[in-house]
Design a protein around this ligand. Structure first.
Ligand SMILES: Nc1ncnc2c1ncn2[C@@H]1O[C@H](COP(=O)(O)OP(=O)(O)OP(=O)(O)O)[C@@H](O)[C@H]1O
Ligand SMILES: [Mg+2]
Length: 253
């Protein structure tokens, strides 16, 4: 079954067609890679899935339900979480506080009412902290919980964004260049982490320029060029596809 189905998504900015009738499926519990040259429209596709951009036309179907144009917080509450290509952390807050920011959307008592600290709110807060610490341990940052996010290495900031996304308890996780700025060892560890995320029954859709990571971790790869899908298939199929080699891999190697 498809967890996510994109149907003829179109997005233009002025005269520029950033995404030109893109359609593809993400099977439930799979790891799918979206690749393509700079400016191909990858992040714009993600922004339409997560409600950051409204498509000019086309549909986003999540678990058989159209979510096209829904506000981002509703999409999060349906179980889609994401990280950003340009890291968006609260640099002056601690690592733990950043993850708690991801939990709050799931807390019934809002931030304001929790200031009064009724027993139920205290329970929810304690639960949120425990959950946040579990996610930090999952990505390997629990010992740094009290450090300022801005003091983490670039690679660890990427992991923190993943922990924050996981704190919303998603069923579907979208990662925009998770290995960006990571060294070889961090990238290697990230592959294990992505597999472990799927091991928690979370479907993963990722954008990544690191071909080694994409080829080793993804079951399916979709290739965009100039806003359009030019190829789709297994890593083995993509590696040998002449269109892809010309458009993308040929440039890299
Ligand atoms: N908000 C916006 N306003 C105007 N143009 C935009 C906007 N967002 C994206 N674009 C343009 O749309 C095209 C696709 O951009 P997008 O960020 O989706 O590419 P990408 O595939 O993610 O590239 P990269 O690998 O460099 O991140 C680019 O030409 C970009 O300049
Ligand atoms: Mg991008």
């Amino acid at each position: 079954m498809s967890a996510l189905s994109l149907r003829n998504l179109l997005k233009t900015f002025g005269g520029l067609v950033a995404v030109a009738n893109v359609s593809f499926e993400v099977e439930d519990l799979s790891i799918v890679g979206l690749i393509g040259p700079n400016g191909a429209g990858k992040t714009t596709v993600f922004n339409m899935i997560t409600g950051n951009y409204r498509p000019d036309s086309g549909d986003v179907i999540f678990n058989r339900r159209a979510i096209t144009g829904m506000p981002t917080h509703e999409i999060v509450s349906l179980g889609i979480a994401r990280t950003f290509q340009n890291i968006r952390l609260f640099q002056n807050m601690t690592v733990l506080e950043n993850v708690l920011a991801g939990c709050h959307c799931r807390m019934k008592a809002g931030l304001f009412s929790s200031m009064f600290r009724f027993p139920r709110q205290r329970r929810e807060e304690r639960h949120a902290v425990e959950q946040a610490m579990r996610e930090l341990a999952f990505v390997g940052l629990d010992r740094q919980y009290n450090n300022l996010a801005g003091n983490l290495s670039y690679g660890n900031q990427r992991l923190l964004e993943i922990a924050r996304a996981l704190a919303s308890q998603p069923r579907f996780l979208i990662l925009d260049e998770p290995a960006g700025g990571m060294n070889d060892q961090e990238t290697e560890d990230l592959m294990g982490l992505i597999r472990n995320i799927r091991g928690r029954d979370i479907t993963v859709l990722l954008i990544e320029h690191d071909m080694n990571l994409v080829m080793r971790v993804c079951e399916k790869i979709v290739v965009l060029e100039y806003g359009a899908v030019i190829a789709e298939g297994t890593p083995a199929q993509i590696k040998t596809n002449p269109l892809v080699i010309e458009a993308y891999l040929g440039v890299e190697d």
